[in-house]
Design a protein. Structure first.
Length: 236
C-alpha cells in the first residue's frame, strides 16, 4: 500500500537548511480546506464592501470627469474639422496633398484620444468588474471549496493564495493574493491578513518565514508530490 506525502523540496535536494518532516497529503488538504473559513465573507459583508467599492470608484471617476469631457470635446472638434476639410477639398479650396496632411494629423489625434478614453474605461469599468467578481468568489468560498473536485481546488488555491505555509505544529498559514488580501482586511479590520509576510528576526526559526517552514503552493498548485511505501524507511 502507498501513502501520499508532501516533502520539503529544499530538504530533499539539500539546497536549504530546512528540517521539516514529510506531511501526509490528507492532513495538508484538511488544513488548506480549513483555511478557507478565514477568507470567506458573508452575503451581508459582500453587500457592504460592494457599496463601499462603488462609492470609492464614483468619487474617483468624478475627479476625472473634467478630463473626460475635454477629451470628448476635442474628439468632436476633430471630427468636425475632418468634415470641413473634405468640403474644402471638394470645393477646390485645398489640394489633395494638403487634405491628406491634415487628415493624418487628425487621425493621429483621434487615435490618441480614443486610446486615453479606452484606458479610462478599462481602469474604472474593468477594475469595478474585477473587484465585483472577486467579492462574489469570496462569498461562500469555503462551501465552494468543500464541494469542488481536485482540479477546481487547485485553481482556487492558485487564485486565492500566493503560498500556504505549514508550520512545525501543523497549522496552515496562508498568504492571500490580491485583491483577496485587501478584501479580507476590509472585512476584518484590525486583524492580520497575511502573517506570513512579516519579516522574521535573524535566527527566528519559529517564524512563518523561517527556514523550518515549507511552502506548499508551487506555481502549479497543490498536488501530491511524493509517495512512501508503508513500512519503508525512505521517501521516494
Amino acid at each position: 500500500m502507498t501513502y501520499a506525502y508532501y516533502i520539503c523540496a529544499g530538504r530533499s535536494k539539500k539546497t536549504t537548511p530546512c528540517t521539516r518532516r514529510a506531511i501526509p497529503v490528507q492532513l495538508v488538504e484538511r488544513l488548506v480546506a480549513g483555511s478557507y473559513k478565514s477568507l470567506t465573507i458573508s452575503e451581508s459583508t459582500n453587500r457592504t464592501l460592494a457599496g463601499q467599492m462603488q462609492a470609492a470608484f464614483d468619487k474617483r471617476a468624478a475627479g476625472h470627469g473634467r478630463d473626460l469631457a475635454a477629451l470628448t470635446k476635442n474628439r468632436a472638434r476633430m471630427q468636425k474639422e475632418t468634415d470641413k476639410l473634405l468640403a474644402a477639398h471638394f470645393a477646390d479650396a485645398i489640394d489633395l496633398p494638403t487634405l491628406k496632411r491634415h487628415q493624418d494629423r487628425i487621425r493621429a489625434g483621434l487615435a490618441d484620444i480614443d486610446h486615453r478614453l479606452a484606458e479610462h474605461d478599462q481602469h474604472y469599468t474593468g477594475a469595478r468588474q474585477f473587484l465585483d467578481s472577486s467579492l462574489r468568489l469570496q462569498t461562500g468560498a469555503d462551501q465552494m471549496y468543500a464541494a469542488s473536485g481536485d482540479a477546481t481546488r487547485r485553481l482556487a488555491n492558485q487564485a486565492f493564495y500566493t503560498r500556504i505555509t505549514i508550520t512545525e505544529d501543523e497549522q496552515a498559514q496562508p498568504t492571500l493574493a490580491e485583491p483577496f488580501a485587501t478584501i479580507t482586511a476590509a472585512a476584518n479590520p484590525g486583524e492580520t491578513t497575511n502573517p506570513g509576510e512579516t519579516t522574521a528576526e535573524p535566527g527566528d526559526t519559529n517564524h512563518v518565514a523561517g527556514s523550518h517552514k515549507t511552502d506548499w503552493v508551487p506555481p502549479a498548485g497543490i498536488e501530491p508530490a511524493t509517495y512512501r511505501l508503508e513500512g519503508g524507511s525512505s521517501i521516494h
